[in-house]
Design a protein around this ligand. Structure first.
Ligand code: SF4
Ligand code: MG
Length: 323
């Protein structure tokens, strides 16, 4: 609810003045048991920071994160560690996220050891179970991460994330570093695991093409804010925000007859240090009006439940979600 994460940075080496990076700037959403929520946007829009705020790897500057009714932001470090058993992460880079000096067995058992779960024997048993669950085998336990391909390393990361029987797994660009053919295998594995263990996923990606195979609902982020949120059907088939439309126009369609005119966005995402006034998207928006430069649109729920932050939506039935 209204989560903000602002980082102070030094303006220059000489002066003491600081500036603020508004990485996440007032984000609110629900996450329902068993669903996959996609969080999509270009790099630098705050997705990874949001992911780390959810499981309190980073504490929010403002706002609250509730899990089973508990406000995580109010918990002590020790209490947060306990909650983190239930909210695990799979990171983007399967090459960097595994300690090269540890065997695969040590890496997968590590969460059990850290949290003091079970005896040495039961931890071993769980290890072999996990290896099988992610499509590896007992023989892999004694080997080191460098002996594995990118896809296999991501399987090792997933096994680690599953070790403590989590409720939620936050996947931060889990397949972005992998070849397209391997991406599909890892996505299918994640889907199978979700069915088997009733997992809830937050699936973060810059790629709407990857998200389309995974997500029940999607939040589109731009410059630290959610600009549109809706079901798979709403976002892919009836996008309302000009930014979502532009992102989708870059996604190849299955049939060439479906291919729509591609909207090329000029320029990069503006810096979160000095975000432009008004609508954060106005400098790149093909539909911008004069008022967009001054007044920031709020995220408003439409009659069909879709949430959109854009002045073009203002004549529809309104219920403000956040300011
Ligand atoms: Fe574009 Fe204006 Fe809508 Fe922002 S508020 S997305 S600039 S039309
Ligand atoms: Mg990121």
């Amino acid at each position: 609810e209204q989560v903000k994460k602002h980082f102070p940075i030094k303006k220059s080496l000489l002066k003491r003045e600081t500036q603020t990076v508004k990485a996440v700037d007032g984000v609110s959403f629900d996450l329902f048991k068993g669903e996959t929520l996609g969080v999509v946007g270009e790099s630098g829009c705050g997705k990874s920071t949001l992911a780390r705020v959810i499981n309190q790897l980073i504490r929010p500057t403002e706002g609250t994160v509730h899990f089973h009714g508990k406000n995580l932001a109010g918990l002590s470090a020790a209490e947060v560690r306990k909650v983190r058993k239930h909210i695990q992460m799979v990171f983007q880079n399967p090459y960097a996220s595994l300690d090269p000096r540890k065997t695969v067995g040590q890496l997968i058992m590590e969460p059990l050891v850290i949290h003091g779960v079970g005896t040495r024997d039961s931890q071993k048993k769980r290890l072999y179970e996990l290896l099988e669950t992610v499509g590896l085998n007992e023989g892999h336990a004694k080997r080191y991460p460098h002996e594995f391909s990118g896809g296999q390393r991501q399987r090792i990361n997933i096994a680690r994330a599953l070790a403590l029987h989590p409720d939620i797994i936050i996947c931060d660009e889990p397949v972005s570093a992998l070849d397209v053919s391997v991406q599909a295998q890892v996505i299918n594995l994640l889907k199978d695991l979700q069915n088997e263990f009733q997992l809830t996923y937050v699936f973060i990606s810059h790629d709407l093409n990857v998200v389309r195979y995974m997500c029940d609902r999607i939040a589109v982020m731009y410059l630290g804010k959610i600009v549109e949120m809706g079901t798979y059907e709403q976002i892919y088939h009836h996008p309302k925000h000009p930014y979502t439309k532009a992102l989708l126009s870059a996604v190849p369609k299955e049939s060439p007859f479906e291919q729509k005119q591609r909207t090329i966005l000029s320029g990069d995402v503006p810096s979160p240090v000095n975000p432009p006034p008004g609508c954060p998207f106005h400098k790149r928006c093909p539909e911008a009006m004069p008022s967009c430069q001054e007044v920031a649109p709020t995220l408003i729920k439409q009659t069909n439940g879709q949430q959109v932050a854009c002045h073009l939506m203002n004549d529809t039935e309104e219920e403000a979600i956040c300011h």
